[in-house]
Ligand binder design. Structure first.
Ligand code: FHN
Length: 603
C-alpha cells in the first residue's frame, strides 16, 4: 500500500514553491525549434515499450482472461487496487537484459526508444521518493530504467520516457475508481487535485534528474480530473527542466492531432507540445507544417497479453513506416515485454525484418521529408534535396512504372538494393515512365531513387490520371444552382465550391462521358469544420445515388478525400450532382472535386 506522503512534502521534494509569481511564457524562435527538433525529424522510426507489473499478469486475473489491452487490466478487470498492488509485489523480471533489448532495437533501425516510466496503474519503473508503488516496493528491488538508458544510448539511440498523468492507485487522483479500495477505512482519504499536481511535479523532476530523457511522452490526460491549466503548468515545468526534450501534445490536452487544436483553439504563443500523436492510425495525408508521430502496436495490445497473437506482418510494418514517412511523420512501433522481461519472439522477428529493410533502404527514410507525390496507387514517395524516392509496393507486371507529374529533369535513377540494375526512363506529356526488371528486388517495398535537378516540382493534377480512366469533376467545371453557392478561388490550391448554406443548392456536371462500362469508386475531396459536421448529402451518378454525412476535416482549408462507395456504370454520358439530403446546419461542405475511379479488372 502506498505510503501516505503529505503533499507538502511531495511539493518540497519537487522543489515546487507552493505559490510562485507568474513566469514569462515559455517560447522559442522557429530556428531554436528547428534545431531542437532536427534529430527527431530525421529519426523517423522509434520503439515504444509498454512494460510494468501488468505484464506479469499477461491479461489474466483469477485465472480468467480480462478483456481489453494488457496494460488496462486493473481498469477493465475492475480489480480491487489493494489486490493488484499486493500481487505486484512478486514482480521481479529475472530475464530482463537491457543490453539485449537495446541490441534488438538498434538492429531494427530505430533511432529512439520510449519506455513507460509510469503507466496509468501508478507503478513506477524507478525508485520514486514520492511513491511506494515502485521498483523498490516489489521483488525487483532495482532501477529498471537506468540500465536501459545506458544500453540504448551506447548504441547511438535517444532515450525517452512515457509518463502517464492519470494514476489509478494514487490517493489524490481525482478520477478515483470505485475499485480503488486503498483509500477506504483506516486509510480513508479524499483526493486532492493540488496535491496530485505536486506529486506529478515531484516525479517529473525525479525522472528529469535521473534520466535526462530526450523525449517526454505524456499520456492519460483526457479525463476531466486533469485540467488544461494543470497541463500547461506541468508542460512549463518540463520545458524549464528539460529544455532540449521533445514533448508530445498530450499533457496540454491538445490531441487529437496538434494541427487541429493549434489551428482551431490554441491561443497565439500557447505551448501545445511539439508533435501530434495519432494513435493506431496513419493520417490520410501529410500535414506539411506539423510534426507528428503515429504510435502503433505490433499486435492489438500495448502491454503484454499472452492471448494476443494477432501480430501485423513485417511487410505491413515496413509499409506503415513508409506511409508515415511519406506524409512527414514518425513511426513509434510498440513492443510489450512479458513479466520476466522477455520481448516476444514474434516482435523480435519483425523488428529484425524492419531493420534488414532499413539497412538497404534507410536512405529513403532517415532524414527525408514528406514526398512530393503523396499517395500513389502502387506506393508512396519521400524526398530529400535533389532526390525523390519512389517506394513501390505493387510492382508493375509490364515492367513500366508510371511516375506522374514530376516536372524536374531526372538526371539518374538508382534502385536501392540493386545499384547495378539498369533502369531506363522515358518522359511523355507529364508522366515519367521507368522501365524496371520483371521482379522487384524487395516485394515488401522496392525503392527507386530519382536524382533530380532543383527542388521537386509537381503537377498535382497529373496524379489523378494515374489510374487510367479516372474521371475528375472539378469545382470550376460545375454548374451551381441555389442561393449563395459559389466558387471560391484559393491561391496555389484547387478552387472549391463554398458558401453551401442553402439546403436546395446543388453542384452539377450535366454531361460526364463514361468511356468504359464497369465499376467506379466515387469520392469527394471536401472540407468541413467541427461545428458544421453531421450534415447529410447525396451524390447522384446517373440514375444511381450514394449518400454520406460530413465529418470534420479540421478547418474549411483542410481538404480530405472521402470515399462514398462504388457504382456500376455503362459507357455513355451521365449527369453527376451533389446536393444536401435535407436541412443544412450552418454549411454543408467546401467541395474541390468529385472523382470516379475505375475499379481495376472490372472494365
Ligand atoms: O490508455 C493508454 C494506452 O494504455 C496506451 O498507453 C496508449 C499508447 O499511446 N495511450 C493511451 C490510450 O490513448
Amino acid at each position: 500500500m502506498k505510503r501516505l506522503i503529505p503533499w507538502c512534502v511531495a511539493a518540497a521534494l519537487a522543489g515546487v514553491a507552493l505559490a510562485q509569481p507568474p513566469a514569462a511564457a515559455w517560447s522559442e524562435t522557429p530556428q531554436q525549434r528547428d534545431a531542437r527538433m532536427a534529430w527527431w525529424r530525421d529519426a523517423r522510426f522509434g520503439i515504444f515499450i509498454h512494460w510494468g507489473v501488468y505484464s506479469r499478469l499477461e491479461g489474466k486475473w483469477d485465472g480468467k482472461e480480462v478483456d481489453g489491452v494488457g496494460e488496462w487490466i486493473l481498469e477493465t478487470g475492475k480489480i480491487p487496487a489493494s489486490k493488484y498492488v499486493a500481487e505486484a509485489k512478486a514482480f521481479d523480471p529475472k530475464a530482463y537484459d537491457p543490453q539485449a533489448w537495446a541490441q534488438v532495437f538498434a538492429d531494427s533501425g530505430a533511432k529512439y526508444v520510449v519506455i513507460t516510466s509510469r503507466h496509468h496503474d501508478g507503478f513506477c519503473l524507478w525508485d520514486s521518493a514520492v511513491s511506494d508503488f515502485d521498483v523498490m516496493g516489489v521483488a525487483a528491488k532495482r532501477d529498471l530504467l537506468a540500465p536501459l538508458k545506458s544500453a540504448v544510448e551506447a548504441r547511438g539511440m535517444k532515450f525517452g520516457l512515457y509518463y502517464s498523468i492519470m494514476d489509478w492507485t494514487h490517493k489524490d487522483w481525482p478520477g478515483r475508481r470505485a475499485w480503488n479500495d486503498l483509500w477506504r477505512g483506516p486509510t480513508a482519504h479524499e483526493p486532492d487535485p493540488a496535491a496530485f499536481e505536486a506529486y506529478i511535479n515531484a516525479q517529473i523532476k525525479e525522472i528529469a534528474k535521473a534520466y535526462d530523457p530526450a523525449v517526454v511522452w505524456f499520456d492519460g490526460e483526457w479525463e476531466d480530473a486533469w485540467t488544461r491549466d494543470q497541463g500547461a503548468r506541468v508542460q512549463r515545468l518540463v520545458r524549464d527542466t528539460l529544455p532540449n526534450a521533445i514533448v508530445n501534445d498530450r499533457c496540454v490536452k491538445a490531441r487529437p492531432g496538434m494541427r487541429t487544436r493549434a489551428a482551431r483553439e490554441a491561443a497565439p504563443g500557447e505551448d501545445v507540445g511539439d508533435c501530434g500523436t495519432p494513435e493506431q492510425e496513419v493520417p490520410r495525408k501529410a500535414l506539411p507544417d506539423v510534426d507528428w508521430e503515429t504510435c502503433m502496436t505490433m499486435n492489438d495490445t500495448w502491454g503484454f497479453k499472452a492471448s494476443d497473437t494477432n501480430f501485423k506482418t513485417t511487410r505491413e510494418l515496413i509499409r506503415t513506416l513508409v506511409d508515415v514517412s511519406s506524409k512527414g511523420g514518425n513511426f513509434l512501433l510498440n513492443v510489450g515485454p512479458d513479466g520476466q522481461g522477455r520481448i516476444p519472439d514474434e516482435s523480435v522477428r519483425r523488428l529484425v525484418g524492419v531493420g534488414e529493410w532499413l539497412a538497404i533502404n534507410g536512405e529513403a527514410i532517415y532524414g527525408t521529408r514528406a514526398g512530393p507525390l503523396g499517395k500513389l496507387p502502387y506506393g508512396r514517395t519521400t524526398q530529400r534535396p535533389g532526390v525523390v524516392y519512389v517506394h513501390v509496393f505493387d510492382w508493375p507486371s509490364d515492367g513500366k512504372l508510371p511516375v506522374p507529374g514530376l516536372r524536374n529533369k531526372v538526371k539518374n535513377v538508382r534502385m536501392a538494393g540493386s545499384p547495378q540494375a539498369k533502369v531506363s526512363t522515358q518522359v511523355t506529356e507529364d508522366m515519367l515512365w521507368i522501365s524496371v526488371p520483371p521482379q522487384p528486388p524487395d516485394a515488401d517495398a522496392t525503392v527507386l531513387a530519382l536524382e533530380i535537378e532543383g527542388p521537386a516540382q509537381v503537377t498535382a493534377a497529373a496524379v489523378e490520371k494515374l489510374v487510367e480512366g479516372t474521371i475528375v469533376l472539378k469545382a470550376s467545371a460545375a454548374k451551381l444552382a441555389g442561393d449563395r453557392l459559389a466558387l471560391e478561388r484559393r491561391d496555389g490550391e484547387q478552387d472549391n465550391i463554398g458558401f453551401w448554406t442553402d439546403p436546395k443548392a446543388a453542384a452539377a456536371w450535366p454531361a460526364v462521358a463514361i468511356a468504359s462500362a464497369g465499376l467506379y469508386d466515387v469520392s469527394l475531396n471536401l472540407s468541413c469544420v467541427d461545428s458544421a459536421a453531421g450534415n447529410d448529402f447525396v451524390v447522384e451518378i446517373g440514375d444511381q445515388e450514394l449518400r454520406g454525412t460530413t465529418k470534420t476535416t479540421g478547418s474549411w482549408e483542410e481538404f480530405e478525400r472521402v470515399n462514398l462507395g462504388r457504382v456500376k456504370l455503362d459507357a455513355g454520358t451521365i449527369a453527376v450532382r451533389v446536393r444536401a439530403a435535407g436541412q443544412v446546419r450552418f454549411a454543408l461542405m467546401n467541395l474541390q472535386d468529385v472523382r470516379l475511379t475505375p475499379v481495376k479488372g472490372t472494365r
